[in-house]
Design a protein around this ligand. Structure first.
Ligand code: NVA
Length: 308
């Protein structure tokens, strides 16, 4: 049966660990110039994006190249999926002509409908609700930088309960870590995802905590993480969100209040959710985090294509 990676709802702890280990070991091999002996030159991966991208597009190209898979990219203006062409028709056409589809969409439902109609694996490269590939690169980065098991890691996410927060908190709850969310009222992770997180935490003994005060939330934590207050597609809410998120900026004084490393998935709005230049702070691992997107994606592609 074909496998997909379109959210973190239907994956178990063992498979998530398998993906992460594929990524981690591939990186070690790559850095040691060990050939991966894979020959997928007859395979094609299609990237179909409705929103802009820097890191995700580049890291998928790098991952596909590493695995010898040929990438073909369709930009936000090209296909008109769900408008000019029915989602199901696009899925069926791509299934005939490629081996893997990587989608970035406005709506999670688009990816779900695509997946039902696709006979080849589908990867979510960001939707309004989830960004599961970001979570993979993030966890690889945390393991690399803290030397802690996720079970022993506390991560404080300060900001909007958005796609990035949702996928990362699900990954943490699958693996048994502690995820602390700090946000103003009305910007929590949506309740349907919280139910899933609670379900995972019951099995893994992980913890999810909501702490409104960002100082308290980050005083005794291993990772401080933030993301933009208005995500792609929410541009019209930017001014209102800036007002509501006042007091939730991650800045030097917040970082100095703990021993945590600092993470951001980028793009960052300097002067809004982070103080100007915080990405270059000595506690920041932001750019290594960006690079590790490659290895998270190598991991998930290997997993979906049943590679060893
Ligand atoms: N939450 C952000 C993440 C960008 C990588 C967005 O969806 O725009």
């Amino acid at each position: 049966m074909k496998k997909d990676f379109i959210n973190l709802d239907n994956i178990n702890k063992e498979d998530l660990k398998k993906i992460l280990n594929f990524g981690i070991y591939s990186k070690v091999n790559y850095l040691n110039n060990i050939e991966n002996n894979l020959n997928f030159s007859n395979k094609t991966g299609v990237l179909l994006f409705e929103k802009p991208s820097l890191r995700t597009k580049l890291s998928f190209y790098r991952a596909l190249n590493y695995l010898g898979i040929n990438p073909i990219y369709f930009d936000p203006k090209e296909v008109g999926m769900g408008g000019r062409e029915k989602i199901s028709d696009v899925a069926k056409v791509l299934s005939k002509m490629c081996d893997l589809v990587i989608l970035r969409t406005f709506r999670q439902e688009t990816i779900e409908e695509f997946s039902v109609n696709s006979s080849v694996p589908v990867i979510n490269a960001l939707s309004d609700q989830e960004h599961p590939c970001q979570a993979l690169g993030d966890i690889i980065s945390i393991l690399e930088k803290t030397n802690l098991e996720v079970e022993k890691t506390k991560l404080t996410f300060i900001g909007d309960g958005n796609n990035v927060a949702t996928s990362l908190s699900k990954a943490f709850s699958l693996l048994g870590g502690t995820f602390i969310h700090s946000c103003p009222e009305g910007f929590e992770i949506p309740s349907k995802h919280i139910s899933k997180i609670n379900e995972f935490n019951k099995l893994s003994k992980g913890k999810f905590v909501l702490e409104r005060d960002p100082k308290k939330a980050s005083a005794d934590t291993d990772v401080i993480y933030t993301d933009v207050w208005a995500s792609m597609g929410q541009e019209s809410e930017e001014d209102e969100r800036k007002r509501k998120f006042e007091g939730y900026q991650v800045n030097e004084s917040l970082l100095e209040n703990s021993n945590a490393i600092f993470m951001h998935d980028l793009p960052a709005h300097h002067g809004e959710e982070i103080s100007e230049g915080l990405v270059d702070h000595k506690k920041s691992i932001v750019f290594d985090q960006a690079e590790n997107r490659i290895w998270g994606q190598v991991g998930v592609i290997k997993y979906l294509m049943n590679l060893k």
